[in-house]
Design a protein around this ligand. Structure first.
Ligand code: NAD
Ligand code: ZN
Ligand code: ZN
Length: 363
């Protein structure tokens, strides 16, 4: 098959690699119908993620069709259309039993395109299928559910739920990339009074308005703290999300909240950050951090099916899967292409066949 392969810092290729096969009897093999690229893939390509070895197929978000199932898989059948989550769950360890799949101790967690071959490929092996894939309801398109693999649950779980957004809240979101925009979509479910989006890029702020932000602040030109104080009678926001991942934006998020407010850090940080406890201790603030678990995928899928949530807004560019190399160029140059998410569309080469189950059973 063909797949997008990481070859070490700065190097990738659309290569011919071995077709995936069932290794453990809890695996399935899927044909990738739709996949996408994440900012994390760009981090890997920069060499920021040393656990990812050269030769790994990248990608951790996809919708696929089940082609083969291992003997011990009981909830997924050949031909099912499934959403593949960025986080896999062994279903057996302490963390998985508590719904914290991101912290799985049994070989799951974020493994696709990280420690095992990922999903920007024609086919993929999916471990722990019973606990890690989600059937897509009939009538929903790939693009309606694809972004539930990562950005929607991340923003919802690590931002909105951790930050306990409540009706009438003023929610300030620092960073209006895909994660910040997904935080706007999912914060809206809780009827906040106002959503304030803060970013350095005007194009991202324009997207924030399309996604439902009421106020935008370009903190390259404006004093974000002064604007938020003005909007909140000098108190500050009820909740602030950090959705960038640099010290400056974390510090800004802690300044923007009112006494008793909540800061939910979503950004992945690579450098130490100063926590101004000397100013914060007296203000009763709560600060949360987290890695996505994706335990909310079923709930988010129901919201999409009922028309309450429309993540297809993220799909700004579409490419054939075989043009994944070009899709990377477009996604990596978001400043000029205005890309939010690119959709990689697979072609149906190998039909789902019941023969494969017999082959697997003989192994
Ligand atoms: N916690 C998790 O489980 C989890 C999961 C996925 C992604 N993330 C992280 O979430 C963060 C956001 O992801 P993304 O895909 O939206 O990233 P992105 O890089 O596409 O977007 C970041 C946005 O922040 C803006 N920005 C940069 N510097 C800024 C500043 N000083 N002030 C205001 N805005 C600024 C950029 O213009 C951009 O629009 C990243 O750190 C990512 O690694 C976390
Ligand atoms: Zn991702
Ligand atoms: Zn586990």
């Amino acid at each position: 098959m063909k797949a997008l392969v990481y070859h070490g810092p700065g190097q990738r290729g659309w290569d011919t690699v071995n077709d995936p096969t069932i290794i453990d009897q809890t695996d399935i093999v899927v044909r990738i119908d739709s996949s996408t690229i994440c900012g994390t893939d760009l981090h890997i390509l920069k060499g920021d993620v040393p656990e990812t070895s050269p030769g790994t197929v990248l990608g951790h978000e996809a919708v696929g069709t089940v082609l083969e199932i291992g003997r011990n898989v009981s909830t997924v059948a050949i031909g099912d259309r499934v959403l593949l989550s960025c986080v896999s769950s062994c279903g057996r360890c302490r963390y998985c039993k508590e719904g914290h799949y991101g912290q799985c101790l049994g070989g799951g967690g974020w493994i696709f395109g990280h420690t095992i071959d990922g999903l920007q490929a024609e086919y993929a092996r999916v471990p722990f299928a019973d606990n890690s894939v989600y059937k897509v309801p009939d009538g929903l398109s790939d693009e309606q559910v694809l972004f539930l693999a990562d950005i929607l649950p991340t923003a919802y779980e690590v931002g909105v739920l951790n930050g306990m957004v409540s009706p009438g809240d003023v929610v300030a979101i620092v960073g209006a990339g895909p994660i910040g925009l997904a935080a706007i979509l999912t914060a809206e479910l809780f009827a906040p009074e106002r959503i304030v989006a803060i970013d350095l890029a005007d194009t991202r702020l324009e997207s924030a308005v399309r996604f439902g932000a009421n106020t935008t602040i370009n903190n390259g030109r404006e004093d974000a703290l002064a604007r938020v104080m003005e909007l909140t009678e000098g108190l500050g926001a009820d909740v602030a999300f950090e959705a960038v991942g640099v010290p400056q934006t974390f510090e800004l998020a802690t300044e923007l909240i009112r006494p008793g407010g909540r800061v939910a850090n979503i950004g992945v940080h690579g450098a130490p950050v100063t926590l101004h406890l000397e100013k914060l201790w007296i203000r009763n603030v709560t600060i949360t951090t987290g890695l996505v678990d994706t335990f909310t995928i079923p709930r988010l899928m129901r919201l999409v099916a009922s028309g309450r949530l429309d993540p297809s807004l993220f799909a700004t560019h579409r490419f054939a899967l075989e043009d994944t190399m070009d899709a990377y160029d477009t996604f990596a140059d978001a400043a000029s292409t205005n890309a939010l998410k690119v959709v990689l569309q697979g072609s149906d080469r190998r039909p789902a066949s019941p023969v494969s189950i017999a082959e697997v059973a003989l192994v």
